[in-house]
Design a protein around this ligand. Structure first.
Ligand SMILES: Nc1nc2c(ncn2[C@@H]2O[C@H](COP(=O)(O)OP(=O)(O)OP(=O)(O)O)[C@@H](O)[C@H]2O)c(=O)[nH]1
Ligand SMILES: [Mg+2]
Length: 709
């Protein structure tokens, strides 16, 4: 079989690690499903709509028809081996996109030909920019009425600041009857200047290449000229050939487009309709032709000095010392841990003892597998440039670097998004209570964007995450996978506290000074200063106390006391942020000073200072985008106004308006249900954290009273 998978014989330059990313419902999973079918990995096409898609294997994914977790799989194409990760589009599962992009070398951005560049497409595009991942654009759903690929290309320029290079046109035939709708029959390939149509009976497995139909020739020639010009503008070599009037062969165009794509200067843009089994073969060819293989060199930091610059450079090859990154942890149905790794260089082998450089511990590799969504195949080793998973390995966590103990290196971990809301959980019975701890711990290990804490005052367990859907899925998994029943409290906003001005604080903690020979007393004395920083500055701690005031060995206790107090806040029990704490002095007692006393004094000095520094409350403000039919726009806007929303802009396409707005999380609980009933289910929205802002003064006191109650 042409696409047989035999990874060991595939060299690095014929390896691709790619992700597929987009707004909810753009058709990522539908596209992935076709990819696996045409590559020969599956024998029939699964559908999202009836819960049979391979990469949507979780029960919650199948029931809801959405992707929740990133699913990795491997297949062969034209003598290449491709590791593919299908990511979820819903913003609540953005951690899945983040961790995938961290380890991928290239990505396919999918757009809906009708809806165009939607809010979450923009978010994932920026994430990919941050990791400098070269990408292709696939304009999907060209079969839908109102499909307008040209408009999508314009939106890619204006909304994403991208340089799309259109290498295909949709092959659209005129309506059969006057006033009827056009049909999408296939694609026109502007590099080869030919048309391609897919056979319906074989579910698109067979296709026919032919000349461009007469009616499309003129348009295709113009589009080809525009394509060549767009590539030449970004590639000097092609520009020289073009200016010289030389004949440009398809191979030369592809080579130039490859250079442009790898340099992140332009984005080859293709069209298709995954659901209609059209356009996928070309997309796979483009993955092989334009997206990069693993790089030949990687950079990392010295694990002894994790904040240093990434100056350690390693060549990539199977015979090099190992460097790999854990990007995802998952528990299987038997409860054993699977840790997904990308091996950057070297070879990870069963039986190896590798260093977890992030933790400083050794890890014995008991088993290795290659993942095909939730199915797996045993491996003896994972070679440089490949993706697989470690079985067992109970101490590994997302973001950990695994390396050869003789050549330590630390690779950059991924960014973990902040939580915006929480809910309290009350287990139904004693038994539920005892099972809950383990279950939550596991879920938190799987998903770093999900957090668990116990409220200091009420003793309640509070879980927090990216939004209502995120937490709803967690509660559902608790019940089904772990058999834990718990009542869910009202949603809570993940507030933060900060200070408005500089203040000093001091505390001397002295207790029962001992008589000579008797038990020792406690003595700790800390002076500190707090001052506000810019919004987004986080929490900064500096120890400037001379060691004659606070001895070196007691300094960590002071930091622990201050940090603990800062996490607890002084107004409402929420963590403090955007402030700098400087410990400036204190004193010690040669006999009675101890860690405990300095920790207490540090905490109390901090509370004294922060209370004087005009503390105030910050709330998460979300960026929200609502897409609604024209007739509901007035209602949607009125409702947003009532929710303290600030409209940032409204844009329109025929019949539909998109409202962009900033709105506090506190007024958005239950929005999904509300919007659905307000618009008869015809509007959609996406929302994500934009920034933290001060709670308006007229609301603050009420909020604080409520939080303290
Ligand atoms: N008309 C049409 N519908 C499509 C096409 N591709 C996908 N769909 C439909 O669009 C819906 C969403 O498809 P998915 O593949 O689940 O989209 P997704 O991007 O994976 O969605 P999430 O993972 O939840 O973000 C499903 O109902 C598909 O059947 C297409 O080419 N044409
Ligand atoms: Mg999906």
């Amino acid at each position: 079989m042409a696409n047989r998978l035999d990874t060991r014989s595939v060299p690095l330059d014929r390896t691709r690690n790619i992700g597929i990313m987009a707004h909810v419902d753009a058709g990522k999973t539908t596209t992935t499903e076709r990819i696996l079918f045409y590559a020969g990995s599956t024998t029939r096409i699964g559908e999202v709509d009836d819960g049979s898609a391979v990469t949507d294997w979780m029960a919650q994914e199948q029931e809801r028809g959405i992707s929740i977790t990133a699913a990795a799989t491997t297949f062969g194409w034209r003598g290449h081996v491709v590791n593919l990760i299908d990511t979820p589009g819903h913003v609540d599962f953005t951690m899945e996109v983040e961790r995938s992009l961290r380890v991928l070398d290239g990505a396919i951005a999918v757009f809906d030909a009708v809806a165009g560049v939607e809010s979450q497409s923009e978010t994932v595009w920026r994430q990919a920019d941050r990791y400098r991942v070269p990408r292709l654009a696939f304009i999907n759903k060209c079969d839908r009425e109102g499909a307008d690929p040209a408009r999508v290309v314009e939106m890619m320029k204006t909304r994403l600041g991208a340089h799309p290079i259109v290498i295909q046109l949709p092959l659209v035939s005129a309506p059969a009857t006057p006033g009827g709708s056009t049909t999408f029959d296939g694609v026109i390939d502007l590099i080869e200047m030919r048309s391609r149509t897919w056979d319906v009976a074989s579910f698109g497995a067979k296709f026919t290449d032919g000349p461009i139909p007469h009616a499309h020739v003129a348009g295709a020639s113009l589009a080809r000229e525009a394509m060549i010009e767009a590539i030449a503008e970004l590639d000097d070599e092609l520009m020289a050939a073009w200016v010289a009037g030389r004949e440009l062969a398809a191979a030369a165009l592809r080579a130039a487009l490859r250079r442009v794509t790898l340099g992140n200067r332009g984005v080859p843009t293709l069209v298709g309709a995954a659901f209609r089994n059209q356009g996928i073969h070309n997309l796979l060819d483009a993955v092989v032709d334009f997206l990069p293989p693993p790089s030949v060199e990687i950079r990392g930091r010295d694990p002894q000095d994790p904040t240093s610059a990434p100056t350690i450079v390693r060549a990539v090859g199977d015979d090099q010392p190992l460097a790999a990154l854990v990007f995802k942890v998952q528990y299987d149905e038997r409860g054993s841990q699977l840790s997904f790794v990308r091996v950057y260089t070297g070879c990870l082998k069963v039986g190896d003892a590798v260093l977890d450089a992030s933790r400083g511990s050794l890890e014995q590799i008991g088993g290795l597998v290659r993942m095909f969504a939730n199915h797996r195949e045993d491996l003896r080793q994972i070679e440089a440039g490949m993706i697989g998973a470690v079985v067992g390995g109970g101490k590994l966590a997302t973001g950990d670097t695994l390396c050869d103990p003789r050549s330590p290196i630390l690779l950059d971990a991924m960014t973990v998004p902040s939580a915006v809301m929480g809910i309290a959980l009350e287990p139904d019975t004693e038994e539920d209570h005892s099972k809950l701890g383990v279950a939550l711990e596991r879920l938190a290990i799987e998903d770093p964007s999900f957090r668990v804490r116990t409220d200091v005052d009420s003793g309640q367990i509070v879980i927090s995450g990216m939004g209502e859907l995120h937490l709803e899925i967690v509660v559902d998994r608790l019940r089904r996978e772990f058999g834990v029943n718990a009542r869910v409290g009202n949603p809570q906003v993940a507030y933060r506290e900060t200070i408005s001005r500089r203040a000093e604080g001091e505390n001397k903690f002295v207790r029962g000074a001992g008589s000579p020979g008797g038990p020792r007393g406690d003595y700790g004395h800390v002076k500190l200063v707090v001052e506000p920083t810019d919004r987004g500055g986080g929490y900064v701690y500096e120890n400037r106390a001379p060691s004659s005031d606070i001895p070196q060995e007691l300094a960590p206790a002071v930091e622990a006391g201050v940090t603990e107090a800062a996490l607890r806040g002084v107004l409402s029990g929420h963590p403090m942020t955007d402030l700098r704490v400087q410990v400036v002095g204190g004193s010690y007692h040669p006999v009675d000073s101890n860690n405990y006393a300095f920790k207490v004094a540090g905490g109390k000095a901090f509370v004294a200072a922060a209370t004087k520094a005009s503390p105030t409350l910050l709330e998460p403000v979300m960026s929200l985008e609502v897409v609604t039919p024209d007739e509901h726009v007035g209602d949607v806007l009125g409702d947003l106004h009532a929710r303290r929303g600030k409209v940032a802009g409204i844009s329109a396409r025929p019949g539909v308006q998109t409202v962009a707005c900033f709105v506090p999380m506190a007024s958005m609980f239950g929005y999904a249900t509300d919007l659905r009933s307000r618009t008869k289910g015809r509007a959609t929205y996406a929302m994500e954290l934009d920034h933290y802002d001060e709670v308006p003064t007229q609301l603050r006191d009420d909020v604080i009273t409520r939080l303290r109650a």
